[in-house]
Design a protein around this ligand. Structure first.
Ligand code: GTP
Ligand code: MG
Length: 253
């Protein structure tokens, strides 16, 4: 076997490397903190911690920029990055998309937080705009469910109830009953900060900046892009409209 044959034989065993993200499909890459239940328990306030949220937001912004995303959504220890159908980064290689996004998230979070943390990553594919809307509604309802459960669990724990009792007390309660439980402790769930209940969105916005044109010696207005952090994400139909706007605007570019 000559060198070329040997090279080809070895490359053949890189079995998944040729996999490509389906052409023309909407892509969402979701990264999720690995073992963050234990990690957050050691270092952060429960159930929601502003420092932790800020590290997640810094990580989300790096992902939006590095992966040239259209929209990024973060809740709990996860970040979803929406990528437009004609995205061509990494030649749409599936292995690259998954491994590089996990690498970026792990590095950015570790850098922001000062403690080593890892993220896993996966790819979701959407056939059309409606599927993408469903995806983000799905993650937003996960945020609502986790926030309500987290608040119930830690409110009970903070009054001296043990793990088993707290878990048992809330496991069969309806959403309304969980909200009632919180009210008994003076917490109105719907008045908690929106970032805790709805998650946070990041997207590009254009703004006008004053510039100087040396050729005409004039002050001119120029359009620039910056990342906007949306602390009050809408829900239901309004969220759908926001997402459709991003997707339709991206088709014009
Ligand atoms: N203390 C604290 N914990 C948080 C906060 N946000 C998310 N978490 C925790 O992060 C964990 C995220 O859940 P999972 O991703 O399902 O669990 P995990 O331990 O990361 O497990 P894997 O993702 O499977 O590796 C939950 O235990 C949340 O309570 C926060 O602001 N404060
Ligand atoms: Mg996790």
């Amino acid at each position: 076997m000559n060198n070329d044959q040997f090279e080809a034989k070895m490359r053949q065993a890189e079995y998944f490397h040729e996999l490509r993200l389906v052409p023309g499909a909407w892509v969402v890459i979701r990264v999720d903190g690995r073992g963050f239940s234990r990690f957050t328990e050691k270092h952060f306030q429960k159930p929601c911690d502003e420092r932790f949220r800020d590290y997640m937001l810094q990580t989300a912004q790096v992902l939006l920029e590095e992966l040239t995303g259209l929209y990024v959504y973060t809740e709990s220890d996860e970040i979803s990055i929406l990528i437009k159908p004609n995205w061509n980064l990494f030649d749409r290689g599936w292995e690259k998309a998954v491994s590089i996004s996990a690498g970026i998230a792990s590095a950015a979070f570790t850098h922001a937080c000062g403690k080593v943390a890892h993220f896993d990553s996966r790819v979701w594919l959407g056939v059309n705009e409606d599927a993408v809307v469903d995806y983000f509604r799905w993650r937003q309802s996960d945020a609502q469910r986790c926030a309500l459960n987290g608040w119930c669990y830690w409110t009970l724990r903070n009054t001296g109830v043990n793990v088993r009792q707290a878990t048992k007390r809330i496991e069969k309660l309806s959403v309304a009953a969980k909200q009632e439980l919180l009210l008994e402790y003076g917490i109105t769930f719907n008045e908690l900060p929106a970032w805790q209940r709805q998650g946070v969105g990041l997207y590009w916005e254009e703004y006008e900046k004053e510039g100087y044109n040396p050729q005409t010696d004039e002050t001119v207005k120029v359009l620039r892009r910056r990342v906007k952090v949306d602390w009050e994400l809408p829900v239901q139909q309004d969220y759908k409209n926001l997402l459709l706007n991003f997707m339709r605007a991206s088709n014009l570019v």
